[in-house]
Unconditional design. Structure first.
Ligand SMILES: *[C@@H]1O[C@H](CO)[C@@H](O)[C@H](O)[C@H]1NC(C)=O
Ligand SMILES: *[C@@H]1O[C@H](CO)[C@@H](O)[C@H](O)[C@H]1NC(C)=O
Length: 418
């Protein structure tokens, strides 16, 4: 049996050191929040206004507002970015009412707002709905046919983006909806070499309610006395009775290996102090679930808890602007049994540096969709991402009469009218 007791003593010491150091840093917090700069340079601060113009198609309300009226829970679930981005664009200075001068076209269609009684989004109607919306814009305006969508962007925050299925195997089998294969997809899903992540997509954070998180902030100098924190499922018996599919077994492995380890504060029970607990933790586990991403990443960043990413090949939000490798800890799914050793052997100064990067307000701002919008927030980072893709290259515009997309491809069920 592994003897963790000495490790435990070591951690108590480490927690003490970090508290002391963190206190020293907090005295000079402003000078000591570190700049964030990713592979695209220091771009979180960019202002997209003046760098792109977006035309918002006007669609009948059955594609957006009516759907929301039926189920207002769509405003608070983790896919809500599709709604807030629409609202944001309507009043944004990047919006143009003249489509002739637009760089990008946006179609406001709420494809994830179809929820089961217990609040899970069902993607089964999404392909038909999306197809119907594209049919409408392509027959009422000339801009779709000009590019077959290559200068159009769509918000598709579902588990596997525009593959529109929550089970990975089914999502892969479906692939990206054929009509969206030339468009820029703005989605929460991100995994390298995956059929549901197209080149040139923009990976965004999932929606987590900013006011609610704000309301749970505790004093920033509160000691971080929890070493590793996690709340959530380890098994999903209802949907994965045999085990092994859910989280590709990684969450089950966390539980089996560390349920009795005192350094690990892990459980399926969601306490009312969840947000406060994250502010008392050094590391917050962000393992994959059915999809590689979850709102835990956003919560960890907001609450200054170092995210421990367990999701092989994940592509994190705005990864061309945010140096996630410096901020988080990446643990391969197969290494979960060594999680204790991996985390306890990270040098204190490395932990402190990650905490300083997390303390950077631009970092937190980029993870949020606040109402009203604020500079440097996630809305602005999406626009920055779209602006960085300009000017469109020549392959964007088709020759007269040229057709690339196949309107009758895909499962027959998707071709039925919506
Ligand atoms: C765009 O092309 C489709 C056929 O591919 C056609 O039905 C439609 O009328 C065209 N739209 C416009 C505005 O010309
Ligand atoms: C479009 O897809 C359908 C269904 O897969 C296929 O039968 C048809 O041949 C395709 N059309 C073209 C022009 O490739």
């Amino acid at each position: 049996m592994r003897d963790w007791r000495w490790g435990f003593v070591g951690i108590l010491f480490l927690v003490f050191v970090i508290r002391t150091e963190a206190w020293k840093f907090s005295k000079a917090q402003h000078e000591h929040t570190e700049r964030i700069s990713g592979s695209a340079g220091d771009v979180l601060e960019d202002d997209p206004v003046g760098r792109l113009k977006v035309f918002v198609y006007e669609l009948p309300s059955k594609y957006n507002k009516k759907i929301l009226q039926k189920d207002p829970r769509c405003l608070t679930h983790m896919f809500a970015a599709e709604i807030y981005m629409h609202r944001f664009l309507l009043s944004s200075p990047v919006r143009t009412l003249n489509p002739e001068e637009a760089d990008w076209f946006y179609t406001p269609v709420y494809t994830t707002c179809d929820l089961t009684p217990n609040g899970l989004p069902l993607p089964f109607k999404s392909p038909r709905m999306m197809r119907s919306a594209i049919q409408l814009i392509s027959s009422n305006w000339p801009y779709w046919n000009r590019t077959e969508g290559a200068d159009h962007f769509f918000i598709v925050p579902h588990d596997f983006g525009a593959c529109f299925h929550y089970q990975e195997e089914k999502a892969i089998e479906r692939g990206i909806l054929p009509l969206l294969r030339r468009a820029t997809l703005v989605q929460t899903f991100g995994q390298r070499n995956h059929v549901c992540l197209k080149d040139g997509s923009i990976t965004i954070p999932p929606y987590a309610p900013p006011q609610k998180m704000q309301a749970h902030l505790i004093p920033p100098n509160t000691p971080r006395s929890i070493f590793v924190y996690f709340r959530g499922l380890f098994y999903d018996v209802g949907n994965d009775p045999e085990g092994g599919y859910y989280a590709r077994g990684a969450r089950a492995s966390v539980w089996e290996n560390f349920k009795d380890n005192p350094l690990f504060d892990i459980s399926t029970e969601h306490p009312t102090t969840y947000y406060e607990d994250m502010q008392r933790a050094i590391f917050c586990l962000c393992p994959l679930g059915w999809a590689p991403w979850s709102p835990r990443l956003v919560e960890a960043v907001i609450f200054g808890c170092i995210p421990v990413i367990i999701a092989d090949d994940i592509v994190l939000p705005f990864a061309d602007a945010i140096p996630w490798e410096d901020i988080g800890v990446f643990v391969a799914e197969k290494d979960v049994p060594n999680l204790d050793t991996i985390l306890t052997s990270i040098p204190t100064e490395v932990i402190l540096r990650k905490q300083r990067l997390l303390a950077n307000p631009s970092m937190k701002q980029a993870m949020l969709f606040p109402q009203p919008a604020q500079s440097r927030d996630a809305f602005h980072q999406i626009l920055n991402g779209l602006a960085r893709k300009l000017p469109h290259d020549r392959s964007t515009f088709l020759k007269p009469g040229e057709k690339i997309l196949n309107w009758t491809a895909g499962p027959v069920g998707d071709l039925k009218p919506w």
